[in-house]
Write a protein that binds this ligand. Sequence first.
Ligand code: GDP
Length: 371
Amino acid sequence: MCFLNPFKIHTRHFITVFLLQDQDKEYVGFATLPNQVHRKTVKKGFTFTLIVAGESGLGKSTLINSLFLTDLYKDRKVPNAEERINQTVDIVKHTISIEEKGIKLRLSIIDTPGFGDAVNNTESWKQIEDYIDQQFEQYFRDESGLNRRNIQDNRVHCCLYFISPFGHGLRPLDVECMKALHEKVNIVPILAKADSLTQAEVFRKKMKIREDIKHFGINVYQFPECDSDEDEDFKKQDQILKDSIPFAVIGSNVQVESKGRKFRGRIYPWGVVEVENPAHSDFLLLRNMLVRTHMQDLKDVTRETHYENYRAQCIQNMTRMVVRKDSSSRKMKRYTSLTHSVISSLTKLRRMQEVLERIQEQMQHSQRGGY
Ligand code: GDP
């Protein structure tokens, strides 16, 4: 005789139900959604637009070349002192396509030669401000147009603002420029040519610049808060990044060979500085932040905050214009109807006058006939 073990049957049944559920999950397949998004975005490629601002000679071009391992400024002509007296700020755009492991990035660098070069630099940041606004305007127009599929996004995602290592914190020009731009673009402050300062000086300058930024109410790019469930190492790296503002950087256009190693660096009589050595500068921190960890966040903040502000302002202005037009057309209507009523009263008056004149004439006529 065979006895069925009820427990065993129950267990097998339970397992069957579980297996079915597992199959169900596999069949739905939404777990592949990230792969689909990944494939689509990789196919489309990525874009990133960076503007560099700050006094000329602070090493902007050299740093850009070092950051993206390119030579963007081969044909650059540096103007002499006479040419710079009345120089206005130019806006020069360089676009390069970089491909790494099948991922394409269209990188646009907006250079601002002439910034801070003239004798009178009042509003020399205006060109930069206008350029950023023009890109928002173009995007706003394209977005409201018919062909929304092929919009080319030229909005500026980040501004590397170079601060001189030789001053005492921010100069008035830096303050005015940053204040004019901080609502329109993510500003990342850079302490230029850090190799000209000792470690203690770098520390003091960073403190002073941070104080000035706070004192003048400048909103530089804020790194997003770290999630509480991130691991300790990630949190530590995130804090180091936040404490490094402004990034003290070193740039170089040349490869140096020392102790059997080749690297981008600068040779001095007393030694060699390595651009990518974390003990020498924040160059690697900056590059990792820009390219590896925060590029998407810079783009998100541009879209969700800076562009949204511009868009809201635009719509507000447009609404105001329509209301003004409407009220002036209503005024016009009132004026027209008033004019009409005045004209009709005048016509009536003229007619009455004519009737009176005719009666007067008849009376005179009958009087003359009576004599
Ligand atoms: P830009 O006018 O701001 O674009 O400055 P450039 O990149 O043309 O650099 C001006 C000068 O500064 C050049 O002679 C560079 O070699 C030098 N330079 C660039 N970066 C550094 C740096 O990190 N440290 C030092 N000491 N000099 C630098």
